[in-house]
Design a binder for this molecule. Structure first.
Ligand SMILES: [Zn+2]
Ligand SMILES: [Zn+2]
Length: 304
């Protein structure tokens, strides 16, 4: 191991954020099973989970929390407090309904400890409801399967489409019909990004919206035979073997980001296993979300 030069500050591994891009989407975050998971989407100014907290992630005003396990949620009080300190708008925090009361109790206690009441808006999610982000872009919470109350989230575009039986009609006839009846169009959902949180694989298998997502962030905690599939399932997690077994469910996904790998694995092992275990066509569109090799762009500059 190379010795640290005395003028270089020591950077803790877990403080690193990685940045990945797909087409014009950017993702800034970190994810390691049982350690920390947080993911920022700059173009929608929102976060999936907050992990253990990070100064860079307090910029995001909207937080979509998947569940209360501390590797996903322990940075909450810091996030709220930092935003208040920086005089930013109070955050909107969405969470599984069962979490709202206990979270509120925790925030009350932190306010007492800090001697300061930081503002926040807590929203227990309603499933099947569309929450507006901007324009025709919305998000929806989707129940997942874990050891505690949990859900994932899908960001989608909502459009109105003309029903097939009217598609051959000329424009002026449609205009006339539009005044007479209101059943010409149907709602179409175009899922852009889904973030699973921690879950069993049924989250994918049971939800068409998840399978149609252009970009899917999927938990994959275990990748080799040392941890059998059954054990992974008992703990409410996904094994890489299950993704291979259900590969067909991922046909429509354009980019599959795998997150939440157990820290027991070296990065090289994860990459190798993805290549070996998944069918080629799926491995090609799969990206393991790992520590970035070059962190200069996403971490504060080193002190001189
Ligand atoms: Zn976790
Ligand atoms: Zn968990």
């Amino acid at each position: 191991m190379a010795a640290l030069r005395s003028h270089e500050p020591f950077r803790l591994e877990f403080m690193r954020l990685s940045e990945y891009k797909y087409k014009n989407y950017r993702f800034l975050g970190c994810s390691e099973g049982g350690v920390h998971t947080a993911m920022g989407l700059p173009q929608y100014k929102l976060l999936f989970d907050i992990g253990v907290g990070h100064t860079k992630l307090t910029d995001y005003q909207r937080l979509l929390l998947t569940h209360g396990h501390l590797d996903h949620s322990s940075g909450l009080a810091y996030y709220i407090s930092q935003r208040a300190l920086r005089r930013l708008d109070p955050p909107d925090i969405y969470c599984p309904p069962e979490l709202a009361d206990p979270l509120k109790r925790i925030f009350d206690i932190w306010a007492e400890i800090e001697g300061f009441e930081a503002g926040y808006n807590l929203h227990p999610v309603e499933y099947d409801r569309y929450y507006k982000i901007q324009g025709n872009v919305h998000f929806k919470a989707i129940p997942s399967i874990h050891r505690v109350p949990s859900n994932g989230y899908t960001i989608l575009e909502k459009t109105r489409k003309l029903k097939e039986e009217f598609q051959d009609l000329p424009g002026h006839e449609i205009a006339v019909l539009k005044n007479k009846r209101n059943d010409l169009f149907y709602d179409h959902e175009n899922p852009i990004v889904t973030f699973s949180g921690d879950t069993q694989i049924e989250f994918v298998l049971q939800n068409e919206l998840v399978r149609r997502s252009k970009i899917l962030f999927l938990e994959c905690t275990y990748v080799d035979e040392k941890r059998p599939v059954e054990r992974a399932r008992q703990w409410g997690h996904i094994h890489l073997f299950e993704i291979a077994q259900h590969a067909e469910a991922f046909r429509d996904v354009e980019r599959l980001f795998l997150i939440h790998f157990s820290p027991r694995y070296k990065q090289e092992v994860i990459i190798q296993q993805i290549k070996e275990i998944l069918p080629d066509w799926l491995a090609e569109k799969t990206t393991p979300f790992l520590y970035s090799r070059d962190i200069r762009n996403v971490n504060p500059p080193a002190r001189k």
